[in-house]
Design a protein around this ligand. Structure first.
Ligand code: GDD
Ligand code: MN
Length: 380
């Protein structure tokens, strides 16, 4: 046999198709990503994998670190998103950009034990649609990775999600799992992009858009949750409220968007702020009703705008100049909403004379109006 040496292989011809895509969402993880890559490389041994970091333009420059890594390792890529935030949407984009028939989602902060990846992948290749790394089943544990309060919260949320998915999973809140890409592609259109818990969403959504027609086969591999390596957690009370919104939204089979629930919730608190301001204007400032009401309306609208910007639209938060124009469009839309409220309510009242029912329908109608229109003009 003769070997031909006159035709060197071009670099782009040495491509080895990956079996596994490792998807890493990141926000301020510059001290962690390179270490994670080394550990994953060791854990996966001969398995060909691609390593995709989805970074939301972290101020600490995580994206630059990943680009440097990509200059040295052909299987590394960085997706840098500007002007957007969100764990679920980052994971979804990373998966969609990958090529391997299987993918793993893993946090950048080394809390997930990468050493169980080979076992997870083997199970997925053998038969399972989803293999979840669990902190609660079998030998798994949260170790020192969670505070007592967070552990209690996490267990409560686990029960709640059992209700939603109708499945007995020990850790549906896990952010660590391996999945068959083809199954993901089928559920992808049903996923909401504004949550923190992508696995839960996938399982809940697959229940209806049942992939290949039969229920998903899900298995678990236990591991011990480690403390975060460097940097800080992005979990917050805002994330918790958003999570509860996601649960209710999914219970309504996605009919009511999470953002609408949060918008309505904020509106409810806005009413309290309104009444408190009205009381203050009357009792303390000694204003008459009309001025009191004007002041209360302005304060409540400003409150609603600020809280919606932090909570409901945290994934497209307005800043700087756009914060100001956003506030103005919000005032404008809500004023029209209030007019619509009064006219619709009066019309209903004239029609059937039900005082409180008419009032309630008026409010409902302005919430729907304000929500839909501010989505077009304020939080585009
Ligand atoms: N791109 C992007 N955008 N990444 C984000 C964002 C974001 O807005 N928020 C968080 N991340 C990344 C973090 O950089 C980290 O790699 C990962 O998502 C998890 O975020 P942490 O801040 O470490 O959250 P946690 O430790 O409280 O919760 C995590 O662990 C749980 C247990 O497994 C999450 O992954 C949960 O989903 C998971 O259940
Ligand atoms: Mn973490």
């Amino acid at each position: 046999m003769t070997i031909e040496f006159d035709k060197p292989i071009a670099a782009h011809e040495t491509w080895n198709a990956p079996t596994l895509a490792v998807i890493v969402p990141s926000y301020n993880e510059r001290e962690n990503v390179a270490l994670l890559y080394d550990k994953v490389t060791t854990a996966l041994g001969d398995t060909v994998f691609e390593f995709i970091v989805v970074d939301d333009n972290s101020p600490d420059g995580t994206a630059t670190v990943v680009r440097d890594m990509a200059q040295r390792h052909a299987n590394v890529r960085c997706i840098r998103r500007i002007g957007r935030r969100g764990l679920s949407s980052a994971v979804i984009e990373g998966i969609l950009a990958s090529t391997a028939p299987y993918f793993a989602v893993i946090d950048a902060d080394l809390q997930h034990d990468e050493r169980i990846l080979p076992e997870m992948l083997a199970k997925a290749i053998a038969s399972d649609d989803i293999v979840v790394g669990t902190r609660y089943g079998g030998e798994g544990s949260v170790g020192a990775g969670l505070s007592k309060t967070r552990e209690a919260g996490s267990r409560f949320a686990t029960r709640l999600s059992g209700l939603l998915t109708g499945r007995a999973l020990s850790d549906p809140m896990s952010g660590f799992f391996v999945m068959r890409r083809a199954v993901f592609d089928e559920v992808a259109p049903a996923l909401s992009d504004d949550g923190f818990k992508i696995l839960l969403d996938i399982i809940a959504s697959a229940g209806r858009h049942g992939g290949h027609g039969k229920p998903l086969s899900i298995s678990e591999v236990p591991y011990t949750f480690r403390p975060r390596h460097a940097g800080e957690s992005k979990m917050s009370s805002i994330v918790v409220v958003q999570f509860l919104g996601l649960i209710v939204s999914k219970l309504s089979r996605g009919l009511i968007p999470t953002s609408f629930l949060l918008f309505g919730l904020v509106g409810g608190f806005g009413v309290i702020v309104h009444m408190a301001t009205l009381w203050f204007a009357h009792e303390v400032l000694g204003q008459n009703f009309v001025w009191g009401q004007v002041l209360a309306t302005l304060v409540a609208m400003t409150f609603n705008f600020m809280v919606n910007n932090e909570l409901t639209y945290a994934n497209k938060k307005l800043r700087g100049w756009r914060y100001l124009t956003g506030l103005l469009t919000f005032y404008a839309v809500c004023s029209i909403g209030a007019l619509a409220n009064v006219s619709v309510a009066s019309w209903i009242y004239a029609f059937d004379g039900q005082f409180y029912m008419a009032g309630l329908l008026g409010v409902l109608m302005s919430v729907v109006f304000n929500y839909s229109v501010t989505r077009v003009f304020t939080w585009r």
